[in-house]
Design a protein around this ligand. Structure first.
Ligand SMILES: Cc1cc2nc3c(=O)[nH]c(=O)nc-3n(C[C@H](O)[C@H](O)[C@H](O)COP(=O)(O)O)c2cc1C
Length: 406
């Protein structure tokens, strides 16, 4: 936790049953040398007394937006500017809803609105509240706007129900805070190409062959790289998600278009993540007008598309090449074979038959396999955190990537 030493962290506490757990977060951060200031909502003070947080943080607790400050400064502005990081723990459904809708009606929500610092939410609530589509939509919206989340755990909740909604483990919260500071800017000066999404291979103007790739994994990698300061170029097939902030997006449709764009860009890049699900074949002929259903049988002849990954492997030079393998059996064996055949440096192997991995899911789990044959198992987690974990492991093995670029 040395990463937090000297950092200025604002902890926001809202009115949930897990409010008392914020005391441990504050205490641990202070012990590790962070400067901590606490903002509590009025409802949070129904659960835990400010005196506890005041004693643990060694600072006054802030809760009243209209209190008269001793010196002439306005609390929500000065706290917003002071913070290197703002963590809301626990985060109620209410605070998520308020921030998502631009409501600033107390000191915490107003400070969140006013800060340029990263804000991390650690939600905790009853499972029916957490899975409520409105709460989920607010979370998705906030993620798209760059807010970070520490997802709640599943288990027995204080109300006696079982399910998702339990505040994440305190150690996970502390680790996320530490990771935030250690990851910040470690890819500054590094140029990264990410490919994402499916490709479409048209038969005629209205029909195509494709696959169910949502692009979520590739977009999560692009977002994670950008958060760490990299210059990111994202070549994406057709998807329905918004590009992450700070990423240069190139939209393509066919494998051939993706091939051409990737070949044009990759030479100037230090690293390539090839997360797109590229169609292996395309129809041999394209009919410029809609094919009519005149005959009982329609026989399609398919021809091979360019193998983008293989071509990158041939031309890659010093560029670090990371491939993805979606498999349904013999995961490690097939992925390793693909890595060798295509001259990759790393491969991320997923078993797409597993509950928490694969197309369209918000979580992923899998193996990161290195060229040297090391196999690192990454457990199920949110796709963005999965992306960060892959990057952490790659950086550990390729320190020159950061040093060389800085
Ligand atoms: C005993 C009790 C426990 C509560 N626990 C939670 C909780 O864990 N998560 C949550 O979102 N709301 C919880 N609530 C409801 C919030 O306190 C309520 O929505 C409140 O308006 C939140 O205000 P705040 O976000 O400004 O702190 C709880 C309420 C009570 C009475």
């Amino acid at each position: 936790m040395d990463g937090v030493k000297g950092k200025k962290i604002v902890i926001g506490i809202t009115g949930g049953i897990a409010a008392y757990k914020a005391a441990e977060v504050v205490s641990s951060l202070v012990k590790k040398g962070a400067q901590v200031k606490v903002i509590m909502t009025a409802h949070a003070m129904e659960f835990i007394k400010p005196l506890t947080l005041e004693t643990l943080s060694g600072n006054p607790v802030y809760y009243d937006m209209f209190s008269r400050p001793g010196a002439w400064e306005i609390d929500h502005i000065s706290l917003a500017k002071w913070a290197d990081l703002l963590v809301v723990v626990p985060a109620t459904a209410n605070i998520l809803g308020k921030v998502a809708h631009g409501i600033a009606d107390d000191l915490l929500s107003t400070t969140i609105m006013a800060t340029r610092a990263q804000v991390i939410f650690a939600p905790a609530m009853n499972t029916n509240m957490y899975t409520n589509p409105i709460v989920q939509e607010n979370i998705s919206f906030l993620k798209r706007k760059g807010y970070m989340f520490i997802p709640p755990a599943a288990g027995r909740l204080a109300c006696g129900d079982y399910g998702e909604g339990k505040l994440a483990d305190i150690q996970d919260i502390l680790e996320t805070i530490e990771n935030y500071f250690s990851r910040k800017s470690d890819l500054k000066g590094v140029k990264i190409l990410v490919t994402a999404g499916p490709t479409r291979e048209y038969l005629d103007p209205v029909r195509f062959i494709s696959n169910p790739s949502s692009g979520k994994m590739g977009y999560a990698i692009a977002a994670a790289c950008a958060e760490r300061g990299a210059e990111v170029e994202l070549v994406s097939g057709p998807v329905s998600i918004a590009p992450p902030p700070g990423v240069k997006l190139y939209r393509v449709e066919t494998a051939q278009e993706m091939f051409e764009k990737v070949m044009e860009i990759f030479l100037s890049c230090h690293m390539v993540f090839k997360a797109a699900a590229v169609g292996d074949y395309r129809p041999e002929t394209y009919c410029p007008t809609k094919i009519k259903k005149d005959s009982d049988k329609l026989i399609l002849t398919l021809v091979k598309n360019p193998d983008i990954l293989k071509e990158l492997g041939k031309r890659k030079g010093k560029c670090i090449l990371v491939g993805f393998a979606a498999e349904t059996e013999n995961i490690e064996e097939y992925a390793t074979k693909k890595m060798r055949e295509k001259n990759l440096d790393f491969i991320v192997a997923n078993d797409v038959t597993r509950q928490g991995a694969g197309f369209e899911k918000n979580t992923n789990e899998g193996l990161l396999i290195t060229r040297e044959g090391e196999v690192i198992a990454i457990p199920q987690m949110d796709k963005k955190e999965f992306a960060h974990r892959i990057i952490d492991e790659i950086i550990k093995r390729c320190p020159a990537l950061c040093q060389g670029a800085n």
